[in-house]
Design a protein around this ligand. Structure first.
Ligand code: A2P
Length: 326
């Protein structure tokens, strides 16, 4: 398995199994199949609502000896309603209990967005907490304490811009090891990736296949279908590979971790086999031209009337992505 190295020398498998949208009833088999086929990295989050089932699968794999805990890389994420320092450790402990683990390999702040404890969708401005009131730096300090207690080996963030990474680096005692963001040929995140690489922060690509199975409420009209992009399909045909494999291999060759989600055994296997491909410079150059700043997960669900979050302050971009020309 190809790995990336954290600054302390720890290695992280570049391909992980994504579990967002993997329904309870499906994810148990998916995780067991993935581990049997050679996956050693599972990407989880409390909010996905399936960690207990993933925990059952992990426990069975560990007990049967298919894999050891040390060989696995397990990531999970702090939900937005647990940003208050007093709630951070219990957020992680809830995840550890569900996953039936003593520690995580990586714990991420899921979004740079805070919600009042126990609140959820549909959001109102009363349920949201501004970052000026509950700063990221304050949440981060509580996350640093989790490392000191041995509850997670690494901590990081998700959905962070260059601006937010820069601010966090200015105050952090433990710098973020990871920034997990949406990343694929339609949203290449070149500037963010360069900043992260210059500051020893690894990047994970989520929604690497375009997340076509996300809820319709998160979908725009006439969305471009990444897996059907003619350039990707042509490169796939040339390599006798599938479009998904090209997308996964592209992410790896750009030096990012990648977490394709699948609950289908054949596709779980196919996605891992992307490791065996090599894209040429011409392939990489052709894919570079596909950038169109298309977010499939645009964060607009955090934006409510008179609320503290806007697309501009979420992504630290002056114009909302959806307004940009394709
Ligand atoms: P399934 O779980 O039935 O395999 P993303 O990782 O970008 O969120 O994309 C996940 C979506 O892509 C799911 O609908 C998943 O369906 C599908 N998918 C996963 N692997 C492949 C593949 N190799 N070929 C086509 N679709 C795939």
């Amino acid at each position: 398995m190809s790995t990336l190295q954290h600054h302390n020398g720890d290695t992280m498998p570049m391909i992980g199994l994504g579990t967002w949208k993997s329904a309870p009833g499906e994810v148990y088999e998916a995780v067991k199949t993935a581990i049997r086929l050679g996956y050693r990295h599972i990407d989880c989050a409390l909010i996905y609502g399936n960690e207990a089932e993933i925990g059952r699968a992990l426990t069975e794999c560990l007990q049967s000896g298919v894999v050891t805990r040390e060989e696995l890389w397990i990531t999970s994420k702090l939900w937005n309603d647990s940003h208050a320092p007093a709630d951070v450790q219990s957020g992680l402990e809830q995840t550890l209990a569900a996953l039936q683990l003593d520690y995580l390999d990586l714990y991420l702040m899921h979004w740079p967005v805070a919600i009042k404890k126990g609140e959820g969708f549909p959001l109102t401005k009363e349920k949201l907490v501004a970052l000026e009131v509950l700063p990221i730096a304050t949440t981060w300090q509580a996350m640093e304490a989790l490392v000191q207690q041995g509850l997670t080996r690494h901590i990081g963030v998700s959905n962070f811009s260059v601006h937010k990474l820069r601010s966090l680096l200015a105050t952090a005692n433990i710098p973020p090891a990871m920034n997990q963001v949406e990343l694929h040929p339609y949203l290449q995140q070149t500037e963010l990736l360069k900043f992260a690489q210059d500051h020893d922060i690894l990047m994970t690509a989520y929604s690497p296949l375009g997340s076509a199975d996300r809820p319709s409420s998160l979908k725009g009209q006439d969305e471009p279908i990444l897996l059907e992009d003619p350039t990707i399909v042509e490169i796939a045909t040339h390599h006798k590979a599938t479009p998904a494999q090209i997308l996964i291999r592209w992410a790896m060759q750009r030096g990012t971790v990648v977490i394709p989600k699948s609950v289908n055994p054949a596709r779980i296997e196919q996605n891992l086999a992307a490791v065996n491909l090599t894209l040429t410079t011409e392939d990489m150059n052709a894919i570079a031209t596909l950038e169109r700043h298309r977010r499939y997960v645009d964060g607009s669900f955090w934006v409510v009337e008179d609320g503290p979050y806007t697309l501009a302050n979420l992504w630290d971009e002056s114009s909302p992505p959806a307004m940009r020309p394709i």
